[in-house]
Design a protein around this ligand. Structure first.
Ligand code: ZN
Length: 400
């Protein structure tokens, strides 16, 4: 060493550089996981391979792993205790891995699984220096069924001080606004008859489903800008020469206004019952429980923003006309939560599309996956290093 005095880096900067280096050192392992999940898409509640791979990955890095965790076969919970004792924050690092029916990873959840594992790996590399616990949660069924609500009900988030999760997008956004959302299955039951010889003997369940779509279409004219209703036909009869005795549609209703959303459920039910009455058939309307609006935690969000901007990324504001839903909303009602997005493709590529699916396995998506792992780990470290920040996050949570 020469006598030239060099200013030592602030300790946080030093640790954050080590977190980034740990992600880089495990680059191949993290990206191989992302690509493997992308190439083997599994739908909600059926993510058996992805959950196993994720559980094995965090297990290799010193986490005590429960799999299955709670009632869901594809949920994972891994805990890595800090070396400085149990008195400290418990920070949740989340990972999603479900795909879309008929499309594959059109929402890019492979990058979320891999970045969550990457963040867990990075934090594990400094775990001996941390107080508290790093808690990895593999969370199934985001696209349908709100798996995180089951995990909340099963106590798998109990004791956590924060829930951190990144989502890929076509824009980089730190704020998160979500629409409350619910799946609704509507089944109409009528009576079969020969469609030419004795149609007057039948009661046409498909007619009722057509009327339901028509009623929703007319209703949509009066909906405010923050509401959405959309659906598909699941069953619409079996042959053109049989009056359909059964027709099934699957719909989603959504709004960014939780109270308005509750009123939409009743209106939807009325339209379905009206359609059934008009076609003289029976109807079942089954709401499956859904996801809520988001209580975005500003204390956590601003830490994430600072970390992201320190890596040179530019954040754009959320467009209120361009919102989706997530069961991260449900988590956000239980504890301080953030759900930022980072662009993996050019702006304007639609989510839930073949274009977005293909974008989720490109070199650009890979770099974002690694960066997201680092950013989530850095934000978690900010909380481990500063108990006042955890308190501030909880104070905000309790007061809003
Ligand atoms: Zn998604």
């Amino acid at each position: 060493m020469t006598g030239t005095a060099r200013q030592p880096a602030p300790p946080h900067v030093d640790v954050k550089a080590r977190l980034a280096a740990a992600v880089e050192a495990h680059r191949a392992e993290i990206l191989e996981l992302s690509h493997r999940i992308h190439a083997n898409p599994e739908e909600a509640f059926e993510e058996h391979q992805a959950a196993t791979w994720v559980a094995e990955a965090v297990g290799r890095h010193g986490f005590d792993v429960e799999h299955p965790a709670g009632r869901l076969a594809t949920a994972v919970r891994g805990v890595r205790r800090g070396g400085r004792g149990p008195d400290g924050p418990r920070i949740g690092i989340l990972a999603e891995y479900d795909a879309l029916p008929g499309l594959g990873h059109g929402c890019g959840h492979n990058t979320m699984a891999a970045s969550g594992v990457g963040a867990a790996i990075a934090l594990a590399s400094i775990a001996d220096e941390l107080p508290g616990e790093i808690v990895f949660l593999g969370t199934p069924a985001e696209e349908r069924g709100s798996g995180k609500q089951f995990m909340l009900d099963d106590g798998l988030f109990d004791g956590l001080d924060a829930a951190l999760l990144f989502h890929p997008g076509d824009k980089t956004q730190v704020d998160c606004v979500l629409l409350a959302s619910e799946d609704v299955e509507v089944t109409f039951r009528g009576l079969q008859a020969h469609a030419a010889a004795d149609p007057w003997m039948g009661r046409n369940a498909l007619d009722a489903l057509v009327l339901l779509f028509t009623g929703i279409g007319l209703w949509r004219q009066q909906l405010p800008h923050h509401a959405r209703v959309h659906g598909i036909v699941i069953e619409g009869g079996t042959a053109a020469n049989i009056i359909p005795d059964r027709a099934v549609g699957r719909f989603m209703i959504r709004s960014s206004d939780q109270a308005y959303y509750e009123s939409m459920r009743e209106r939807f039910r009325s339209i379905a019952e009206g359609a059934a009455a008009a076609a003289s058939v029976e109807v079942d309307v089954e709401f499956s429980g859904g996801s809520t609006t988001m209580k975005d935690n500003a204390v956590l969000r601003e830490r994430f923003r600072a970390n992201l901007e320190a890596h040179g990324l530019v954040v754009v504001p959320v467009d209120p006309a361009n919102l989706g839903s997530s069961d991260m909303g449900n988590v956000s009602l239980a504890l301080p939560t953030i759900h930022p997005s980072i662009a993996i493709c050019d702006e304007g590529v639609p989510g839930h599309s073949i274009l977005f699916r293909d974008a989720a396995a490109t070199p650009r998506a890979d770099e974002v996956t690694l960066l997201a792992a680092t950013l989530v780990a850095e934000t978690a470290f900010d909380l481990f290093a500063d108990p006042a920040l955890v308190e501030a996050a909880w104070d905000e949570f309790r007061s809003t």
